[in-house]
Design a binder for this molecule. Structure first.
Ligand code: GAL
Length: 638
C-alpha cells in the first residue's frame, strides 16, 4: 500500500466561506487525509442534548468532494463547559489533591462514570450520523491519552473506582495485606474501603500500593477508550485509531491498542528534544533544528508494535511548536526527512499538524502549513515534493519486520518510577539507550509487548529492566533459539512488588543470583575489561554459568549460557558496544547523525547532521535522505 500524506484541520476555527478553497488547496498539495473534529464538542453540542450537525455535515461534504478522506475525531479530550456544570466532580485531581480546572483541555478523570457515559453517548451520536459516510476513512478516539500529565488522578471518582478494582483483584483483604506486605509499619487494612489513593503520605507510600494504583490507572484508560470503541462499532466498520504521544509511559499502550485497528502517534521532533530528552546541552545544541536521530524512529517502532503492524503519524511537526522551553525552526529539509523516515518504518500515513496557524488562543505561536494570513509557510514545498516522491516508489514489497527486537513493558516503567533506587534509573532511558546502540550499528529494530509468547523470526531479542516475569514471556524465552539478552534488573520483583526469594533474575535454566545491586552517581563509572563502562546501575552476582564480560574490578558484567545472556548493569555507549560485540554484533558504527532503516527491499539513509556525510560511496546532504535498493545499492531516491 502506498503511504499517504494528510493534515489536521479545524473547520470550526474558520469562516465557512474558506472551507472549499482550503479543501482544494489540500488536495492540490497532494494530501489524501484530513483529520477533523477532535476538539469540536462545544460546536457539536452547544447545550446538553442540543446538537448542531449542520456545519459538520457541510464540512465533511466539502472536504470529501475535494477528494480528501476524513479521519474523524471524537471530541472527548475537550468536554464543554456545560459538562462541568452537569458533573462538577468530573475533574481530575493532581497529587496535591487539587482539582485541575476548566480552561484548557483533558480536564477529566478517567474514572468518572458520568463523564464516561457522556463520551459513549457522543461517540454513539457521531457514529450514528457518520458511521457509513463514504468520505470517512477512520475514527480517532479522544486525543493523546496522557498528554499534560493526565493519567493519574487523585480525586473522589478515582478513590471509589480504585477500591472496587482492588476488591475485584484480591477478593480478600488478608490477601491484599499479604501481597503488599502491609505488616510493615502497621499498614494493615480491615476493609477495602479504608484504602486511600497513594498520595500525600508522610513519607513514601508502599510501592506495592502505588504499583496497583498505576495498574488501575492504566486499566481505567483502557476501559474509557473501550466504551467509545463499543459505541462506534455499532455504526461503522472503518478503522479505529488513537493518537499516542512521545515518551508517555503512564498507561499500557499495548492494552489500548488491542481494541483498535491502527495505532498512531504525534511526532514533534524538535519539541521532544527540548522537552523530554536525556541528552546533554551539546547534543541538544547540535540537533536543535533536526531532533534526536533516534527519538522519532523509536516511537515509530514502538507504535508499529502497538498497532500490530498498522500505524501512522497523526500529527507531524511542520515548523516551530509553541510548547517547548525553546522552539527553533526545523532545518530546511527536515520535514521531508521526518516524513520519509516514518514511511521507512512502515507508516501508512503522515498527517501534518496543522493546516493553518491559528491567530487566537493557546497555539497562536505554533507553525502550520499556512501562515495566519493564508500564505504558504516554510514546510509547504517540502511536503509538495514528498507527496510526489512517494508516488514514484514501488511499495508492494514493504515489510517492516526486523530480525532484532526489544521488549517494552509499561509496567516496568511504573515500577522503576516508583522505586528507582537511584535518581537516574529511568526505564524509558534504559530501553532507548539500547535501541540507540542497535541503530548505531545500522540495525532495524522491532519493539514487542511483554505479553508475547513467541520470538519466532528473530535473531536477537533484548529484555531490559523487566520488572516481573509473566508466563507468556517465560514461554517465549524458553522456546527461543536466537540470542536473548536479559537485564539489568530484569525479574527483580514478583508481580506483587516483592523480591523473589530465590533472588533475581529468576531466568529458567540459568544459574544466576543477583546478591546485591547499587546505583551510581553520574561521576561514578565502573570500567569494563573489554572497553566502556557500567554507569547508573550495577549488580553483584553469584553464578555457575560462563562469565563472558567482566568489570575491571572482577565482577561479572555479562553472564552467558548457550543462547541466553544476562547483563549485570547499565552499560554506557562503549560498554553497550562491547556487549553487542560479544553477542556477535560487530557492524561498523554509523557516523554521528546518520541512520538507516530497512523496509522491504529498500534501505533509507537519513542524515540528521548539519553537513553532508558520505555513505556507501555517495554523498548525503545535510537534513536529507537517500533511498537505496538494498539488493544492488542503486539509488532509488535522493
Ligand atoms: C499535540 C496535540 C495537538 C496540538 C499539538 C501542538 O500534542 O494533539 O492538539 O496541541 O500538540 O503541538
Amino acid at each position: 500500500m502506498t503511504p499517504r500524506l494528510g493534515v489536521c484541520y479545524y473547520p470550526e476555527h474558520w469562516p465557512e466561506t474558506q472551507w472549499a478553497k482550503d479543501a482544494r488547496r489540500m488536495a492540490g498539495l497532494g494530501l489524501t487525509y484530513v483529520r477533523i473534529g477532535e476538539f469540536a464538542w462545544s460546536r457539536l453540542e452547544p447545550k446538553d442534548g442540543v446538537f448542531d450537525w449542520g456545519w459538520l455535515d457541510r464540512a465533511i461534504d466539502i472536504l470529501g468532494q475535494a477528494g480528501l478522506q476524513i479521519m474523524m475525531g471524537t471530541p472527548t479530550a475537550t468536554p464543554p463547559r456545560w459538562m462541568l456544570s452537569k458533573y462538577p466532580d468530573m475533574l481530575a485531581y493532581d497529587a496535591n489533591g487539587q482539582p485541575r480546572k476548566f480552561g484548557s483541555r483533558r480536564h477529566y478523570c478517567f474514572s468518572h462514570e458520568g463523564y464516561k457515559s457522556e463520551c459513549a453517548r457522543i461517540a454513539d451520536k457521531l457514529g450514528e450520523r457518520y458511521g457509513e459516510n463514504p468520505y470517512i476513512h477512520s475514527w480517532q478516539i479522544d486525543n493523546e491519552y496522557g498528554c499534560h500529565d493526565t493519567i493519574l488522578s487523585y480525586g473522589p471518582a478515582a478513590i471509589e473506582a480504585f477500591q472496587r478494582w482492588l476488591k475485584d483483584k484480591y477478593k480478600s483483604i488478608d490477601d491484599l495485606n499479604a501481597a503488599w506486605g502491609n505488616v510493615f509499619w502497621s499498614m494493615e487494612y480491615s476493609e477495602f474501603d479504608e484504602i486511600d489513593l497513594p498520595n500525600l503520605t508522610v513519607t513514601e507510600p508502599n510501592p506495592a500500593h502505588v504499583m496497583d494504583f498505576r495498574r488501575f490507572s492504566s486499566d481505567q484508560v483502557v476501559a474509557f477508550n473501550r466504551v467509545q470503541v463499543e459505541a462506534l462499532r455499532q455504526h461503522t466498520s472503518t478503522p479505529l485509531i488513537h493518537n499516542y504521544m512521545g515518551r508517555i509511559t503512564e498507561f499500557d499502550h499495548f492494552a489500548v491498542g488491542e481494541d483498535l485497528e491502527i495505532a498512531s502517534w504525534d511526532s514533534y521532533p524538535l519539541g521532544f528534544l527540548e522537552d523530554r530528552s536525556d541528552q546533554n546541552e551539546d547534543f541538544k545544541h547540535t540537533f536543535q533544528r533536526q531532533g534526536d536521530p533516534d527519538f522519532a524512529a523509536f516511537h515509530h517502532d514502538l507504535y508499529r508494535g502497538v498497532g500490530n503492524g498498522r500505524w501512522g503519524v497523526m500529527e507531524q511537526q511542520p515548523g516551530p511548536v509553541n510548547w517547548a522551553p525553546y522552539n527553533p525552526a526545523p532545518l530546511p529539509g527536515m520535514v521531508r526527512l521526518w516524513t520519509w523516515e516514518a514511511f521507512a518504518h512502515g507508516a501508512e500515513f503522515v498527517n501534518y499538524f496543522r493546516w493553518k496557524q491559528a491567530p487566537f488562543a493557546q497555539e497562536q505561536m505554533h507553525a502550520a502549513l499556512l501562515r495566519p494570513d493564508g500564505q504558504e509557510a516554510q514546510s509547504w514545498s517540502e511536503i509538495e515534493q514528498t507527496a510526489e516522491e512517494i508516488l514514484q516508489i514501488d511499495w508492494s514489497q514493504k515489510s517492516a519486520n526486523s530480525r532484532v527486537a526489544i521488549v517494552f513493558d509499561y509496567a516496568s516503567a511504573w515500577a522503576w518510577d516508583i522505586q528507582p533506587q537511584g535518581q537516574d534509573f529511568d526505564y524509558f532511558r534504559l530501553v532507548f539507550d539500547i535501541y540507540k546502540a542497535l541503530r548505531l550499528q545500522g540495525l532495524s529494530v522491532d519493539i514487542l509487548p511483554p505479553t508475547i509468547f513467541d520470538f519466532e523470526g528473530r535473531d536477537l531479542v533484548i529484555i531490559p529492566g523487566l520488572f516481573a516475569w509473566n508466563k507468556n514471556l517465560r514461554k517465549a524465552v524458553n522456546s527461543f533459539t536466537g540470542k536473548c539478552l536479559i537485564g539489568p534488573r530484569s525479574g527483580s520483583k514478583t508481580g506483587d512488588f516483592q523480591i523473589p526469594l530465590q533472588l533475581p533474575p529468576a531466568i529458567e535454566g540459568m544459574d544466576i543470583q543477583v546478591t546485591a545491586a547499587e546505583s551510581l552517581r553520574p561521576s561514578e563509572k565502573i570500567p569494563l575489561e573489554s572497553g566502556g563502562h557500567l554507569h547508573i546501575w550495577r549488580e553483584f552476582t553469584q553464578t555457575k554459568e560462563t562469565v563472558s564480560l567482566r568489570t575491571k574490578d572482577q565482577h561479572p558484567a555479562l553472564i552467558s549460557k548457550d543462547n541466553l545472556h544476562y547483563l549485570c548493569g547499565w552499560p554506557d555507549d562503549d560498554g553497550m558496544d562491547s556487549v553487542l560485540k560479544e553477542l556477535g554484533y560487530d557492524n561498523e558504527i554509523l557516523p554521528e547523525g546518520l541512520r538507516c532503516r530497512e523496509i522491504g527491499h529498500y534501505q533509507l539513509i537519513t542524515n540528521y547532521n548539519l553537513s553532508p556525510v558520505s555513505y556507501k560511496g555517495s554523498k548525503i546532504a545535510a537534513a536529507s535522505v537517500k533511498l537505496f535498493n538494498a539488493a544492488n545499492n542503486e539509488i532509488v531516491l535522493g
